[in-house]
Design a protein around this ligand. Structure first.
Ligand SMILES: O=C(O)CCC(=O)C(=O)O
Ligand SMILES: [Fe+2]
Length: 205
């Protein structure tokens, strides 16, 4: 478990109870992280996210993209979408994350936040297409942003900063008991990209 302690300053569990979320710190060097940021900006098929709010179709400023081993379909905000297949850059990042964590993933949801005015509200990722209690890893490139957890019943808060090139791994019952969000802030004027690697359960897809 502590194999990478010397290299990455691994925090094995940032949550006090009811889940396991590990913060590996920077698993990519500053140079590698900046290079991946640039590549992802141009190579990914970024699209506005869509949501139906009070019966109206809303387009978010935040951009998203979904990639996977196969053209999996997934339902999100009441709309069904299909995954694109991995490109070389995504496969490289995926392999690195898998070797660091010992987990494996078959899909990835990417988010592009242009500045601190864009974020993501409290939610958990327990969608029915996902493997139950499967690990979800969040890789960050670009601007450092705060990230919050809130326990669904005790309301306890846990906060951390996601650094450029860092890895956060949500495991075990984290999604069942905790919400997470990327809060907005007026202080951040630079963009951030996150890659959330997941496992789609094919028997449910
Ligand atoms: O941008 C992030 O780090 C988190 C994104 C997230 O929670 C999600 O895509 O479900
Ligand atoms: Fe999430």
């Amino acid at each position: 478990m502590s194999l990478f302690n010397d290299q990455f300053e691994l925090i094995e569990n940032i949550l006090p109870y009811d889940g396991v979320t590990s913060y590996y710190g920077k698993v990519f060097s500053e140079e590698e992280a900046n290079d991946y940021f640039q590549k992802l900006m141009t190579e990914i098929e970024w699209k506005s996210d869509e949501a139906i709010i009070f019966g109206k179709l809303i387009e978010t400023k935040r951009k998203v993209a979904w990639y996977g081993n196969e053209p999996f379909s997934y339902t999100y905000s009441g709309r069904t979408k299909t995954a694109l297949t991995w490109n070389k850059t995504l496969l490289e990042i995926k392999e690195k994350i898998e070797s660091v964590s010992g987990e494996s993933f078959n899909s990835c949801l990417l988010n592009l936040y242009h500045d601190g005015s864009e974020g993501m509200a409290y939610h958990s990722d327990g969608e029915k297409d996902l493997k139950e209690n499967g690990a979800i890893s969040s890789v960050s490139f670009g601007a450092e942003r705060k990230f919050n957890f809130k326990h669904k019943t005790t309301k306890e808060l846990v906060s951390l900063i996601l650094e450029n090139g860092s890895l956060l791994m949500m495991k075990d019952t984290t999604q069942k008991f905790w919400l997470h969000r990327l809060p907005t802030t007026t202080r951040i004027i630079k963009p951030r990209i996150s890659l959330t690697f997941r496992t789609i359960d094919k028997s449910k897809n």
